[in-house]
Design a protein around this ligand. Sequence first.
Ligand code: PMP
Length: 299
Amino acid sequence: MLQTFDPRNKDIKVYAGGNILHRDEAAISVFDSVVQGGDAVWEGLRLYKHGIICLSDHLKRLHESAHTLCFKDVPGKQEIRAALKQVLDANGMKEDVHIRLTLTRGVKITSGMDPRLNQSGCTLIIVPEYKAPVYDNEKGIRIISSSQRRNNPQFLDSKIHHNNLLNNILAKIESNVAGVDAALMLDENGFASELNGTNIFMIKNNIVMTPHPHNCLPGITRKHVMTLCSENNIVVQESNISLSQLYNADAVFCTGTMGELTSIIEIDGRSISLASRHELFVKVQEAFRNSLPRVCEQI
Ligand code: PMP
């Protein structure tokens, strides 16, 4: 699955450091921390006709990531909401929009790693694009397990939603070379952690399971799906999950703001029944759709 250019996005406007500009004119400083060290945090948001899904949770995670990284002069939630509204209004966007929101440590007075060189506050970048959920859920996706391990907190805590995405990108390259859609990243003990850009779930004997969030990003869609399971009396648990368990699952699916809930139909060449034919998946999927008016927030 390779995303293609959507002509609706040809003349979109983006928000870059306080300015709303055409996508071809927007720019940030070459002294910005994101250029120098990938020193930034980000969120992927989705705009439905009811508003932005789980926006409060996303802003909370953004602020927590920035706090962990000791960012200074971080824009408040109201300020970020106002910037989101400004750029969506400037584009007349109402739904079917994915928003890449990036907050960098800001511009440095000279190149260097030291955060004390950042003396003018953070840079906020908002890129809204028309984009349908990126995976075809009717067909499902094929994945491989990658040799790239997902970070354990001993090295770089995956709970920080930061822009140093190279280990995930290396995993994605492995999946491209293998000709499949995404890569499954294991933890340091060989248990499944998550895919390179989404969380993973499996269903076996009517129990929904997802890996412990030791190494993975605890996704907001993951949390939402777990809540929906509980609300619908579906047993859901966090667990160590081995590759063999995944190969022999009744259904496997991934979750993320980018693609919502997507069936995984093949792992390392082993085929798995389409999750969208599994009764519990259908139930959760329907609950997800029905929850949109409740969990989307108008800005
Ligand atoms: N895992 C990784 C590595 C991700 O980058 C993302 C999306 N940013 C997710 C999982 C899914 O998270 P969410 O449900 O919050 O979009």
